[in-house]
Design a protein around this ligand. Sequence first.
Ligand SMILES: C[S@@+](CC[C@H](N)C(=O)[O-])C[C@H]1O[C@@H](n2cnc3c(N)ncnc32)[C@H](O)[C@@H]1O
Length: 295
Amino acid sequence: MNQDKIGLDEWFELVSQSYLAPPVSHKGKTLPAFPSDIIQANTTGQSGVATLKEAFIFYKDSVEAFEAFGKPVLESSRILDFGVGWGRIARFFLRDLPLDNIYGVDVTREFTEICGKTFQSENFLTCQPHPPTSLPEKYFDFIVGYSVFSHLSEGACMAWMKEFSRILVPGGIVALTTRGRPFFDFCENQKKKKEGLYLTLRNFLNKKKPSGYLEALGELFEDFDAARARYDRGEFVHSNVEGVGGGGALNTTFYGETFIPEAYARRAYAPFFDLEKFMFDPSYQSHPIMFFRKK
Ligand SMILES: C[S@@+](CC[C@H](N)C(=O)[O-])C[C@H]1O[C@@H](n2cnc3c(N)ncnc32)[C@H](O)[C@@H]1O
């Protein structure tokens, strides 16, 4: 462990200040700027310190797990943020790594352009929904992906896992979040809300059916019990009903809502990866994290 590193809580404060009162420097370099609050909220559901807090929890869980697995993040490590968005997660790794060792890919060009400008780096690349990428073989020590394998189809997840195995060094680690079991209940509750007073009122007023994301979540599965049962049997559960595609480049051929259970994560990716840990404590995490080690 590098003793010169700023403490984790202090680091969170510093990154928060880089949003609240920019510019803020760390190790003589200005921390990356932010896109508008609207762009932040469109991609992460929140903006400002609230969205940074969620990212920091994932960052902290990840660096602590990497260390526990015997592979701490070193200054010489290279990391790829898969589905980097506007760099919410990637910026936290500036505590551990020089900017040159931090990379990001995203299918949405607008986001990689934002990262290019705000991080002042050429390491942010636009990719296709499915691999391959132009990234070199055996190049990265770590790959992180927050809120991406909570959306991709089974085929897209498998293709990306193969690509991750190609671009990771032997023993490299991947940390990916997915939807957790409680999210079935959350979505089902949207349906119940809709079927209740809300719908009665809407029908009464004869208004057009709205297409909001929350309402679409209520339609994720015709039968939520059956979806939960598939999850409990260790099956990959994905839905791309209307309204849960991300818009823009994120079409429903590969994008929707995805629940990957632990048994599936262990079994399906076993040709390339060992599942080191499936971490989920809903008391503080909004998504489970799957940690894999390249075989
Ligand atoms: C919910 S956002 C999360 C962004 C970022 N990881 C964060 O936590 O702030 C999902 C991101 O994944 C990207 N994405 C979706 N499908 C992708 C794919 N097939 N390949 C690469 N990126 C993808 C989207 O463009 C979007 O930026």
